[in-house]
Design a protein around this ligand. Structure first.
Ligand code: AMP
Length: 586
């Protein structure tokens, strides 16, 4: 086994890294319990801090600390931390760097590859952002796997009999429920659903809001406009919530939370488990609706479930086990620590990637339908934005499907290809994840055929190819452009910036150049004229107008693909197109 591949659970609240040691998955610890709070901050001296140190400063310096960044993954929201702005990928990269460093310390060698888990319900954009975070951190993400799949592996990877397992995963920020079939180490996800915005953080916020109301109404001090006090209340709320998992009552005591007529005011509040359960009843009901949906999608009755596994810190809330027991007539399992189970499963998968267990395969499904928008009918009426699914929800991955579409009129100059994700019949109600323009051959007749292919890989990353049938001309796109993901150049700028901020903290840097094996290959081994034009184009990407930029990225990709497949003549043609754009851009 030459190169270490670690398994990482990059959680909303906590993150862990694990590795196969002497045939067993183990959490890698650094004088702690192996749980790294997913918090990043800048300390007084302007140094980046990660983990418990950052979480502790969140109360006194919220403006210099970032929590729960996982919730923003896949968006291009700028996050202010200290006096600089960061993208969610960059903040996550600091967490991954800390985990990488920890792994290198424990294993005593360079670690540049990882399997990272994501909620099964993560969108394409969120998966991409996770991959990019890995790259910025100096980790080649060899595989992204769904968290419930990892949990099932942790419990069942060695059992031989067929088991149908329901995984109920409620963490800090997300809820997932999946049903998997596991048979001799092969995991097949039968259904998966959930909520990207439901978790322990929401419960903390509800308790903190209740405390704030108590402060304002009963204690007559204003707190909601004071971020530091609100951060303290949130922390107190979380502690109370956790205490209530073991005790029927929790006492919330916070000294000096304000002044009234020059006198210090202290908060002292008794909160009961019954009151807490009532407060979150609707949220827990919502999770049970998802459980029913998962059963329906898998066409299974509750009695067909052999085992229920609890994952995520919030499943320690006793009411959750009760509700599941009422529904399934069996007690859920939580013997593998719900906080560590996913990282352990990721390590098992990483072990498989290293060749430790070559007989096992991992089957996964897409939790979303991907399709495009076309003119059609909806409820008997013409609809300009009818959603046409290409890859349906719960299809086994990898999946590829091609559909034919037709031009509307003679001499049509271009078609616009919209890529959407969702389940609604009107594409406008689904999430639009990409839009591409395809110029047609001049003087095309009406009804010319455009073949549209969607290819969804094992990591849930979508590649799109449109082909004009008559000429065979193609455009390709990888969906990362759709949410303004990083260009190669932006990636190296970001990586350099994050590396500089990180400074020298030991570990083994730079043993291997991290590269995405498909869409960001370099120009090595290319004919020099093609390499030169690609490098030139990449330098201009950042300043190019958005539309030209997309076209340039597509052409660069196409040239690379053509070279890979030995189609040098076609690559030459594409080079001319790229040259035209560069000439026009000056
Ligand atoms: P995870 O995202 O899986 O790391 O889960 C973190 C969430 O679990 C946070 O919201 C924690 O507050 C919550 N949590 C951890 N321990 C407990 C507990 N004993 N009772 C209730 N919630 C908990």
């Amino acid at each position: 086994m030459d190169e270490a591949i670690v398994g990482i659970d990059l959680g909303t609240t906590n993150s862990e890294v694990a590795f196969i040691i002497n045939g067993n998955a183990e959490i890698l610890k650094d004088n702690d319990n192996g749980i790294l709070p997913s918090c990043v901050g800048v300390n007084n001296e302007g140094k980046i801090i990660v983990g418990a140190e950052a979480r502790n400063q969140a109360v006194i310096a919220p403006e210099r600390t970032v929590l729960s960044v996982k919730r923003l993954m896949g968006t291009d929201r700028k996050i202010r931390m200290g006096d600089a702005d960061y993208l969610p990928q960059e903040i996550s990269a600091f967490i991954l760097k800390e985990l990488k460093l920890r792994a290198e310390k424990v294993l005593g060698k360079a670690v540049s590859k990882a399997v990272i888990t994501v909620p099964a319900y993560f969108t394409d954009a969120q998966r991409h952002a996770t991959r990019e975070a890995g790259q910025i951190a100096g980790l080649n993400v060899v595989r992204i796997i769904n968290e419930p799949t990892a949990a099932a592996l942790a419990y069942e990877s060695t059992r031989s009999e067929t088991q149908r397992i329901l995984i109920y995963d409620l963490g800090g920020g997300t809820f997932d429920v999946s049903i998997v079939k596991i048979e001799q180490g092969v995991v097949e996800v039968l259904s998966s659903t959930g909520d990207n915005h439901l978790g322990g953080d929401d419960f903390d916020k509800k308790i903190a809001d209740m405390l704030a109301e108590h402060c304002e109404k009963e204690l007559k001090i204003s707190v909601s406009d004071k971020p530091v006090i609100m951060a303290r209340l949130k922390r107190a709320a979380e502690n109370a919530k956790m205490a209530l998992s073991a005790e029927p009552y929790a006492k919330i005591e916070e000294d000096h939370i304000g002044k009234r007529t020059w006198k210090d005011v202290h908060l002292s509040y008794e909160f009961s488990r019954v009151a807490f359960e009532k407060m979150i009843e609707d949220d827990l009901e919502r999770t049970m609706d998802s459980v029913n949906k998962a059963l329906k999608d898998a066409s299974l009755l509750p009695s067909a479930i052999d085992k229920i596994i609890l994952v995520g810190g919030s499943t320690r809330i006793p009411r959750i086990s009760e509700m599941l027991e009422e529904k399934f007539g069996q007690l859920p399992h939580s013997e593998i620590d719900p906080d560590l189970c996913v990282a352990l499963g990721a390590a098992i998968q990483a072990g498989r990637e290293m060749g430790c267990d070559s007989t096992s395969i991992l089957l996964d499904i897409t939790p979303y339908t991907f399709g495009t928008s076309a003119i059609g009918e909806l409820d008997g009426l013409p609809c300009m934005t009818r959603f046409v699914p290409l890859i349906r929800r719960n299809t086994k991955l990898p999946a590829s499907r091609t559909e034919a579409f037709y031009t509307l009129y003679e001499n049509q100059e271009m078609v616009e290809i919209k890529v959407c994700q969702g389940e609604n019949p009107d594409a406008l109600d689904n999430i639009r994840i990409g839009k591409y323009k395809f110029s047609l051959t001049p003087k095309s007749p009406e009804g010319s055929v455009i073949l549209l292919n969607f290819d969804l890989d094992l990591n849930g990353i979508l590649k799109i190819e449109a082909t004009e049938k008559s000429s065979g001309r193609k455009i390709n796109a990888v969906i990362e452009n759709a949410f303004s993901g990083f260009t190669e150049q932006e990636m190296s700028v970001s990586k350099r910036r994050i590396d500089e901020m990180w400074g020298d903290r030991g570990g083994f840097e730079g043993d291997e150049e991290v590269s995405e094996d498909n869409d960001t290959a370099d120009t090595e081994g290319m004919p020099p004229d093609l390499a030169e034009i690609i490098e030139k184009a990449e330098l201009q990407l950042k300043s190019a107008p958005a539309e030209d930029r997309d076209e340039m990225i597509n052409l660069i990709e196409d040239i690379r693909d053509a070279v890979k497949e030995g189609m040098l003549e076609e690559a030459g043609e594409l080079k001319k197109e790229l040259e035209d754009i560069l000439y026009y851009l000056g």
